[in-house]
Design a protein around this ligand. Structure first.
Ligand SMILES: NC(=O)c1ccc[n+]([C@@H]2O[C@H](COP(=O)([O-])OP(=O)(O)OC[C@H]3O[C@@H](n4cnc5c(N)ncnc54)[C@H](O)[C@@H]3O)[C@@H](O)[C@H]2O)c1
Length: 290
């Protein structure tokens, strides 16, 4: 049985994810160093009673380094920090893009993992006001996590999983997938498709109100209820769509969706969107990452 992590560094501790994860880690028994470069972010940390450490002073003692810095900074941040990590330590990033694009500075004796929150399910049975208010997760509403530790053994995953559960808690399940599979989840499934459809529905709402002149409240009420019932019918088969609705769905697909839309699941397309997100010319992934 491997030991728990003794010392953890959270880098970017005053950013959006750093503040969320830091609040949960601070309430745990893990020994955590909160590291930040930006003065406004250090003030946010101080306001929550978390003292900022200098990463260069603590990194040699840490067996887990969590990088909550922007993805576009991960190449330079890992180039600086990975050579200073202790042998056998684990580097945890919060999004698969940089790992997938091979941008993380590599060392044979460093372990590389990624853990991304799923956010609380739209089908979650929320029973308290706190759960209802927790849209993002990590406070009161239970969520799952998708994580990758491609070269990690089962024993290493067993040691990392409790930290992930604290970071994003309350967590029901940590789903272990590969870095490439995680990249197909985010961006392809949940950003390219799902978040795009969220913004698309908002745009359709605006167009409805503008074209018809109806009260916004009427359009919002109709849309929000139908988002709920459309998801319930499509994903949970609570009841079938009506025959007329099926005709309108077919018309919508013909009018809106391109025939070849599933090309977004081709790996070359995944490479393109990740290169765009990371603001790099192209993804140089290892031949094995298919
Ligand atoms: N924001 C989200 O909703 C969300 C959700 C899931 C995963 N993520 C992932 O979390 C990570 C962080 O994203 P974020 O949205 O919290 O970013 P952010 O911009 O809010 O925060 C990043 C923090 O890192 C700090 N920082 C930058 N360079 C640094 C350095 N060299 N050393 C120390 N600190 C440094 C910045 O000062 C900032 O406080 C990214 O990998 C992102 O993909 C974000």
């Amino acid at each position: 049985m491997m030991n728990d992590y003794q010392n953890i560094a959270l880098v970017g501790a005053g950013g959006k994810m750093g503040m969320r994860i830091g609040a949960n880690l601070a309430a745990s028994d893990y020994r955590v160093h909160y590291c930040e470069t930006a003065s406004a972010a250090r003030e946010r940390l101080a306001a929550e009673g978390r003292e900022a450490s200098d990463i260069h002073a603590v990194i040699g003692d840490c067996d887990l380094v969590i990088l909550a810095v922007p993805d576009i900074a991960l190449a330079s941040v890992t180039e600086d920090l990975v050579p200073k990590m202790r042998s056998g330590a684990t580097l945890l990033t919060l999004d698969p893009a940089a790992a997938y694009a091979n941008l993380l500075h590599q060392r044979e004796d460093i372990r590389y993992a990624v853990a991304h929150p799923c956010h609380p399910s739209v089908f979650l049975d929320r029973r308290t006001d706190e759960e209802s208010a927790d849209a993002f997760g990590g406070v009161a509403a239970t969520q799952s996590v998708a994580a990758a530790f491609d070269d990690g053994s089962d024993a290493e995953k067993r040691v990392l999983e409790p930290v992930i559960r604290v970071m994003y808690g309350p967590v029901d399940t940590v789903h272990w997938v590969t870095v490439t599979q995680l990249a197909y989840l985010e961006p392809t499934l949940v950003e390219t498709v799902t978040c795009m459809l969220g913004t698309f529905m908002k745009e359709a709402l605006e167009e409805t109100v503008e074209r018809t002149g109806m009260p916004r409240e009427a359009a919002e009420a109709m849309l929000y209820g139908h988002i709920q019932i459309a998801l319930a019918v499509a994903f949970k088969s609570t009841n079938p769509f009506s025959d007329a609705c099926m005709v309108a769905i077919d018309y919508g697909r013909e009018a809106i969706i391109k025939d070849d839309w599933k090309k977004i699941f081709d790996q070359d397309e995944l490479d393109k969107v990740i290169a765009r997100m990371l603001k790099i010319e192209q993804v140089q992934r290892p031949a094995s990452s298919t």
